[in-house]
Write a protein that binds this ligand. Structure first.
Ligand code: HEC
Length: 279
């Protein structure tokens, strides 16, 4: 049985609440498959609520990345964990938390009203004017499988309507095949939350007023010292001499603004991980 099938079988068994469930969960908490270890951990925490805090805390220190992220979100739901999560916030502020866990620590702390001041202290250290700083916790630690799902299936994001990866998808934006080789995580995140900061080559739109009074608008296909090649929806490919241009207005990105608000930070982190994986 593959991991996904075993996980489903285990979840179904857990519904029956058989007396041997705890034993089964204990043994599966050492399974080779991370998703199964996570599910086993949840069940043990439910069956043994008194041990749950200690258990999640140990996993948080020693688990794999996915298990540590999961431990933080499970811990945040329990009582009397302000101390532990507060300690992780302190570590975050001191720069002692790996970037893949930043978002998880912040999300856990945001669920605890007592930790408001610590969250504020962390945010105060960032440059709130910088887009990348405001979204820095989404740069690393995402789940590329979930990111792919958002890219391909989420109707409100509709990435695939405008972008191809390989052969599937739309042509409004650049083909993203191999983008993980060409661009950094910072660049990819910025493309999502501030598309106008940098425009992909071949997708800059421009409106030109020529000295003879004529107007041309389209995307810049090529630009050299003497001339500019414009792809205009009305006029097709145009080669224009730069000396003939009276005025030039840069257009905005064809990539919609607002994904920073539309998508959660988790979604953004998963998308960055997915885009980075396109090699
Ligand atoms: C309405 C069409 C449209 C949608 C929807 C759209 N994009 Fe874009 N995207 C564009 C265009 C046009 C560009 C090129 C202009 C630019 O770089 O800003 C672009 C640029 C990008 C780039 C930079 C590519 C490069 O080579 O520099 C990335 C990465 C990207 N989009 C990812 C996404 C993701 C992920 C989604 C879904 C959350 C998405 N886009 C949704 C149109 C779209």
């Amino acid at each position: 049985m593959d991991g996904a099938t075993r996980l489903e079988a285990f979840k179904a068994l857990a519904q029956i609440k058989d007396s041997s469930l705890l034993e089964l969960a204990e043994s599966l908490s050492r399974d080779s498959e991370e998703s199964i270890r996570k599910e086993a951990g949840k069940i043990i925490a439910e069956l043994r609520p008194n041990d749950a805090v200690g258990r999640w805390t140990r996993i948080l220190e020693n688990g794999t990345l996915g298990e540590r992220q999961n431990a933080l979100s499970e811990l945040a739901k329990l009582d009397a964990v302000d101390g532990i999560i507060g300690e992780w916030m302190e570590r975050l502020i001191e720069g002692r938390v790996p970037p893949e866990l930043w978002l998880d620590v912040l999300e856990a702390a945001n669920l605890r009203p007592a930790l408001k001041a610590l969250v504020r202290r962390f945010n105060d250290r960032l440059d709130q004017g910088s887009v990348l700083d405001r979204y820095r916790e989404t740069l690393e630690g995402g789940d590329s499988g979930l990111g792919r799902k958002i890219f391909m299936e989420r109707a409100d994001a509709s990435c695939v309507r405008c972008h191809k990866i390989g052969n599937e998808g739309g042509d409004v934006g650049p083909n993203l095949a191999g983008i993980g080789l060409r661009q950094t995580r910072e660049y990819l995140l910025e493309s999502l939350v501030a598309p106008n900061a940098k425009i992909a080559p071949g997708f800059e739109s421009v409106a030109l007023t020529m000295k003879n009074g004529s107007l041309h608008a389209g995307t810049v296909k090529q630009e050299a010292t003497e001339q500019i090649v414009l792809n205009s929806p009305e006029e097709g490919l145009l080669t224009l001499r730069k000396t003939e241009i009276a005025e030039q207005q840069r257009g905005i990105s064809g990539m919609p603004e607002g994904f920073g608000q539309l998508l959660s930070k988790r979604d953004l982190r998963d998308l960055v991980e997915f885009l980075t994986s396109l090699k």
